[in-house]
Write a protein that binds this ligand. Structure first.
Ligand code: ATP
Ligand code: LTN
Length: 330
């Protein structure tokens, strides 16, 4: 039996947050030994909102550098840029013809993003999950490590795979979502009832992976809490403190009970500083490596060209099988 196959990706929309790190990349890093991993930069998905072309190119390379800086090793995992493997767009078209409007209308991300970008509700935003399904199914992925917010898209992917398989016979592996850890949903520091997001417009709500230590400390000090001044986990009554505890727990590996003990008799001030220091230490090696890598464009190019070639050879087998089955001439 070979290793299980993993595929995941992040959109190339700029500044990544601590949520992206704890909910996605940090788990990816840990999976490299055990699984056959494919990590993609989802730059085609990024087109669902308006982008400056130069910025998008930069964001794509920045994300590649960040994957490597965060510990995704190109010798162990396949790292590639979505748009360089044209088969993703081809399979997405085919799958679009097997996806119902009703299914796509139910997607919460579509509803959220349409509300956020009311002036640009394009059909790409609507069919976004179908492209995501193509990304996953092309690689016959067993597992897809994502944050909690992507679960619904994974369910649609599974439905599409099963639908196609039931018409044409076994073609796609039906993937499982792989939602891991205590920080599968990191919340905003100012609004702990909604997820920490790259595109949040609230100041100090998100920790960005390239934030300097003093900024990180400042943001944690300003984090919204409650008036009890007791470090205790209670998502309903104390969403702010509970979120900080989840972050602290995800990085240190300490349980919620141990954290409560550690800060017994201490106030929120001490706790916030401890969380900030832990985050600063965790991000430091990645930030240093990133600064080295980002100027090494030859190295980055070597990695993404190599990645695209390998990705193509895997994806092409699946697409040929699909085309044969549905009646395309090869
Ligand atoms: P945006 O906020 O602009 O919608 P995003 O931060 O959600 O973007 P994506 O590219 O959509 O970024 O997500 C990349 C990965 O990070 C996904 O696996 C997603 O589930 C995960 N992720 C994003 N935000 C969080 C969060 N707050 N907590 C945990 N995981 C998260
Ligand atoms: N929609 C995802 C990004 C993404 C993805 C994928 C994740 C695009 N294609 C394939 C896993 C597998 C998001 O995180 N917002």
């Amino acid at each position: 039996m070979g290793k299980k196959v993993i595929l995941s990706g992040i959109q190339a929309t700029g500044n990544l947050t601590l949520g992206n790190y704890l909910g996605a990349i940090n788990n990816w890093k840990k999976m490299q030994e055990e699984y056959d991993c494919n990590y993609m930069i989802a730059n085609l998905h990024t087109l669902t909102i308006r982008n400056d072309p130069e910025k998008l190119r930069n964001n794509t390379l920045n994300l590649l550098a960040l994957y490597i800086a965060a510990g995704i090793d190109p010798n162990k995992s396949n790292i590639f840029i979505q748009s360089q493997v044209a088969l993703h767009a081809e399979l997405a078209w085919v799958l679009n013809c097997y996806t119902y409007m009703g299914e796509l209308s139910r997607m919460t991300q579509f509803k959220d993003k349409s509300a956020k970008h009311a002036d640009n509700i394009n059909s790409g935003l609507f069919t976004y999950p179908v492209l995501m399904a193509a990304d996953i199914l092309l690689y016959q992925a067993d597992l897809v490590p994502v944050g909690e917010d992507q679960k619904q898209h994974l369910e649609l992917t599974r439905d599409l795979a099963e639908r196609f398989n039931s018409i044409y016979g076994e073609t796609f592996k039906v993937p499982e979502p792989f939602i891991q850890g205590v920080a599968a949903r990191v919340m905003g520091l100012q609004d702990p009832t909604s997820k920490m997001s790259k595109s949040s417009s609230i100041p100090n709500d998100s920790i960005f992976l390239n934030d300097e230590p003093d900024i990180i400390l400042k943001k944690f000090k300003k984090a919204v809490t409650d008036s009890e001044n007791v470090v205790r986990f209670d998502i309903k009554e104390k969403p702010g403190i509970s979120n900080l505890m989840s972050i602290y727990s995800a990085i240190t590996g300490k349980s919620k009970e141990n954290i409560e003990k550690e800060f017994e008799g201490k106030g929120y001030g001490d706790f916030k500083v401890a969380v900030a220091e832990t985050v600063i230490e965790e991000l430091k090696p990645m930030q240093e490596k990133y600064k080295e890598l980002i100027n090494n464009t030859d190295y980055l190019e070597k990695i993404y060209r190599q990645g695209a070639e390998k990705a193509y050879s895997i994806a092409n087998k699946t697409l040929e099988d699909v085309y044969k089955k549905i009646g395309m001439i090869l």
